[in-house]
Design a protein. Structure first.
Length: 418
């Protein structure tokens, strides 16, 4: 069992006149990391904290349980020796624009390097971005190789059919004034709603307006880079991109009611193919399960769709989501391009997405999109035709002709017992 000598003394940081002598100011958008200031959200030294929340996002509760059980030392500080990124990423001009990046901290990559002098002074500054390299072993890629759509090159696609990638894990770090501006609300209103809708989880949202940065207790994002990572920032190098929102049932378990895994796998295939011909590919995976409504809500909607009068038809695809969840889609895509700006992306030559929300957010953030790529018809599962035709009819991007209202009623999925 780990040494777990944690104090029973609770320090409240909920008074607007409270200032800590060791806390560091944050100047979001400053070019020099030391002038920008690190995000200090660890709890080993409460007097140094300058952010709301703490590290590890949705895993903070698991950490608390581990500490409570005596398995985790509450005062542990990570040894960051040899943890630095194996590839160079940034800095890019987007890092210095307080309006370009508001939902992550680019200087959270290798902070032991960016804030070396502050580490020596004893500040517990934790990484919020980590980079590593790996091989992917994917059945659909094996199928693409056997079909001749991909060929081994020994560098991107190995002879054993593995794909070599650079992986980037990105924890959320919210600059609240920038988040509010993206939402087109006052910062105070944003803070109030965040406080209320999380059951009062973070009183500092209300009582500490001087704290402008928050680490929300939500899931992280992950980027998979195919080819040379530095080429992502070069608009002259062909770039293939898929921005993908999590769908556990399809992505992991292969559920055929939606096109999520096929779209993701085809994006990976095309990203690898682009890298093989001298370009670069990137897949960014966001934790927004079920249109940010959650998996429980999503499964309830599935049941309602398949039990409704007339069955699961493309004509009524969106209706049941609104009835169960109260909204068709809870995602707010204006933060999504932040991960692209992290890599200095200015131009996407091939964007794998039929979502206009995603396209509009990317283009609206200043990134040029040349081509939009649809999933090949032969990769769409039969039961997912309901989703696909409903999205086309609703105005999602497609080069194909939309079906009439009458035709949509005939596009029907399996019933719930099948």
């Amino acid at each position: 069992m780990s040494d777990n000598k944690h104090s029973n003394h609770v320090i409240l940081a909920t008074h607007n006149n409270l200032r800590y002598e060791r806390s560091l100011p944050i100047q979001w958008g400053a070019k020099d990391p030391l002038k920008r200031g690190p995000v200090v959200a660890s709890i080993t030294d409460p007097k140094s904290r300058n952010a709301i929340g703490t590290h590890s996002g949705s895993y903070t509760v698991y950490r608390a349980l581990s500490i409570a059980s005596g398995q985790f030392a509450s005062q542990h500080r990570p040894d960051l020796q040899n943890t630095e990124s194996p590839v160079k990423i940034g800095p890019f001009p987007q890092w210095h624009d307080p309006k370009k990046i508001v939902s992550l901290d680019p200087w959270g990559l290798d902070p032991q390097t960016n804030f070396g002098p502050l580490y020596k002074k004893g500040y517990d500054i934790r990484p919020t971005i980590a980079v590593t390299q790996a091989h992917l072993q994917i059945p659909e890629i094996h199928d693409a190789l056997r079909a001749g759509r991909l060929k081994p090159d020994g560098k991107i696609v190995k002879e054993n059919m593995d794909i070599f990638v650079t992986k980037v894990a990105i924890d959320p770090v919210w600059y609240l004034p920038g988040i509010a501006e993206k939402l087109k609300v006052e910062e105070g209103e944003l803070r109030r709603i965040l406080f209320q809708e999380t059951g009062g989880m973070y009183p500092e949202l209300i009582t500490r307006p001087d704290l402008k940065v928050m680490l929300p207790p939500i899931g992280s994002s992950t980027a998979y880079i195919f080819g040379n990572a530095k080429d992502l920032a070069n608009p002259k190098v062909e770039l293939t991109c898929r921005v993908h929102d999590e769908c556990n049932g399809s992505d992991v378990f292969g559920s055929d009611i939606c096109t999520c895994r096929p779209y993701l796998m085809y994006g990976i295939e095309d990203a690898a193919r682009t890298a093989q011909r001298g370009g670069v590919g990137i897949i960014v995976y966001y934790r927004k399960e079920g249109r940010a409504l959650g998996e429980v809500t999503k499964f309830l909607v599935y049941n309602a769709r398949k039990r409704q009068k007339g069955g699961d038809t493309a004509a009524n695809y969106f209706l049941r989501t609104e009835c169960v969840a109260g909204v068709e889609d809870a995602r707010f895509q204006e933060f999504m391009p932040d991960c692209l700006h992290l890599f200095g992306i200015q131009k996407i030559h091939n964007l794998h997405s039929m979502s206009n929300m995603k396209y509009d957010a990317i283009v609206g953030s200043g990134i040029k999109v040349v081509n939009r790529i649809s999933i090949p018809a032969e990769l769409i599962p039969a039961d997912a035709q309901v989703e696909m035709e409903a999205k086309k009819a609703a105005g999602y991007f497609t080069p194909e002709k939309k079906k009439s209202k009458q035709a949509l009623k005939k596009v029907k999925g399996r019933n719930i017992a099948e």
